[in-house]
Design a protein around this ligand. Structure first.
Ligand SMILES: Cc1cc2nc3c(=O)[nH]c(=O)nc-3n(C[C@H](O)[C@H](O)[C@H](O)COP(=O)(O)O)c2cc1C
Length: 493
């Protein structure tokens, strides 16, 4: 059975020795950041700060800051196993998926069972509404000030729920919420986000957008809450699928939105499309401060929470950070979705150093002239892959995770004149080196081997390979000869 709440997950981590309770008094201003930063770099445990000065509830940090904890939360041995399950979901996207599944007679029963299990379950009573605060006062939450130059205390790990007013479909994203006062927050949904697109739709109707922010929940719902799910699949359906059982949702008290019933804390309110206010600076995942910029304002009209809530937070900054670990997990589990559109892709690496938006390395099975360029352009048109500023394409046999091998292929096999594809388009709002915000250049590097089919006029040389027979003979020698035993370095090519 899936873990139902953050509390249950923390208990499970503690029983495995993967949670540390910090009982010394700590300040929510900067100190929690510094303690968390020191532990995450060593793949350290989750942290529960039980004595946060002036706070009436504990603060949980680094809960998903390790691949070990993410795989445990998902109930899999490795992320590729989860990727396979997600590939199944994308094939099943209802209603077309159901019809398609019916054609697959042997798999039909299992398929229908799975589809039935996808829908979240509505409940009328929920732990996240055990307490409804008589007045809205955000100062009663232990909101962190993360970095010295931050413009204010910030809720860094909320699952923010918005709704498309045209389809009624709800969507979630993690958008930080910087505190302005007792009942107002900056709504930091960047301009390319679905939450921001929903706001544009409410603005077109001339109506305020209802918004809910759920803070702290079971880890799978949290992960689903930030996942770039394929269009047409709601994050809550996705959460149910990953959990293997329906996610419980409850209607908000004052607005027409639903939130995960087992959340710790829920903020309800609205964003007025006509209003904006400077948000930031904020110590961001680039390792730099994002400058203050106008963002919409989230007015909180109701706060509900559990009787004994735990406040969940995270700290961004230069990797290693929790969001970098989460980004890597998202890359792994969503590879099948990318492959659905581009089946020629063998593997993909968005290195942490590239912050998932700056650098992508992709191996492909190349079949025709310009194939690497076709893949570049398709990726630049695919969801958040549009932000990738440097896209390196290598042949299928190159291990994209071996950065030495990738550099070797780029430096040797990509011609700066013929193999660089420079384009212009949308760039992530946090990107710092494009002269114009949100727009800039991107470069694709075709580091595949070239041949006549690419219009390459010279003969591509043969790569050096040892004879298979000699390899076998020498393998045997290494196994027998006392002087050589255990001295082999690496497998032969
Ligand atoms: C810890 C963390 C903090 C994030 N903060 C923000 C943020 O403040 N603003 C933002 O637009 N995206 C932020 N993101 C990224 C989005 O949540 C993520 O890209 C998600 O896919 C939302 O995209 P969508 O709303 O377009 O689906 C954050 C992600 C993480 C893991």
């Amino acid at each position: 059975m899936a873990v139902r709440s953050l509390g249950e997950f923390l208990d499970a981590l503690e029983s495995r020795g993967d949670l540390v309770r910090v009982r010394s008094p700590v300040s929510r201003d900067l100190e929690i950041t510094e303690i968390t930063r020191r532990t995450i770099g060593r793949d350290g445990p989750a942290l529960l700060f039980e004595n946060v000065t002036g706070a009436s509830m504990p603060v949980a940090m680094n809960v998903l800051g390790s691949t070990r904890r993410i795989t445990q939360a998902l109930g899999v041995d490795n992320l590729d196993a989860m990727a396979q399950r997600i590939a199944q979901l994308t094939r099943l996207k209802p209603p077309a998926g159901i019809v398609g599944a019916l054609r697959d007679i042997p798999g039909t029963l299992q398929t229908l069972e799975l589809v039935r299990s996808l829908g979240p379950k509505r409940v009328s009573r929920a732990p996240c509404q055990e307490v409804q605060r008589p007045t809205v006062d955000l100062d009663q939450l232990p909101i962190l000030r993360c970095w010295p130059g931050d413009g204010g205390r910030t809720i860094t790990f909320p699952v923010v729920v918005t709704q498309d007013p045209e389809t009624g479909e709800s969507h979630t994203g993690i958008y930080r919420l910087q505190q302005y006062g007792p009942d107002t927050l900056g709504f930091h949904a960047q301009i390319h986000r679905v939450g921001r697109n929903n706001l544009r739709k409410w603005a077109a109707k001339g109506v305020r957008m209802p918004v809910a922010a759920a803070i702290g929940m079971d880890p799978v719902t949290l992960l689903s809450g930030l996942a770039p799910v394929p269009e047409g699949i709601s994050n809550f359906v996705f959460a149910s699928f990953l959990r293997g059982e329906p996610l419980e949702l409850v209607g908000c008290k004052t607005i027409d939105l639903e939130v995960p019933a087992q959340s710790e804390i829920v903020l309800e309110g609205y964003v007025d499309p006509a209003e904006s206010r400077l948000e930031g600076p904020f110590g961001d995942h680039t390792g730099y401060y994002s400058a203050a910029e106008p963002f919409p304002v989230f007015h909180v009209t109701c706060i509900t929470h559990r009787a004994k809530p735990v406040y969940l937070s995270t700290v961004t900054g230069k990797p290693p950070t929790e969001d970098a670990v989460l980004g890597k997990a998202v890359e792994r589990i969503f590879l099948p979705v990318v492959r659905l559109v581009l089946p020629e892709i063998v593997d993909m690496n968005l290195p942490t150093e590239g912050l998932f938006i700056n650098l992508g390395i992709v191996s492909i099975r190349k079949s025709y002239p310009g194939h690497a360029r076709k893949v570049m352009h398709a990726l630049w048109g695919l969801g958040q892959m549009m932000f990738t500023r440097y896209l390196v394409i290598v042949d299928a046999d190159v291990d994209v995770h071996d950065l030495h091998e990738v550099l070797y292929r780029v430096a040797l096999q990509a011609d700066p004149e013929a193999d660089f594809e420079r384009v212009h388009g949308p760039v992530d709002q946090l990107s710092i080196s494009n002269p114009v915000p949100n727009f800039g250049a991107k470069v694709g590097i075709d580091a595949t081997r070239k041949g006549p089919a690419d219009g390459f006029p010279r003969a591509w040389p043969d790569e050096i390979r040892m004879d298979a027979e000699v390899i076998r003979t020498v393998d045997a020698l290494f196994a027998q000869d006392a002087a050589l035993k255990g001295r082999a370095s690496g497998a032969p090519p």
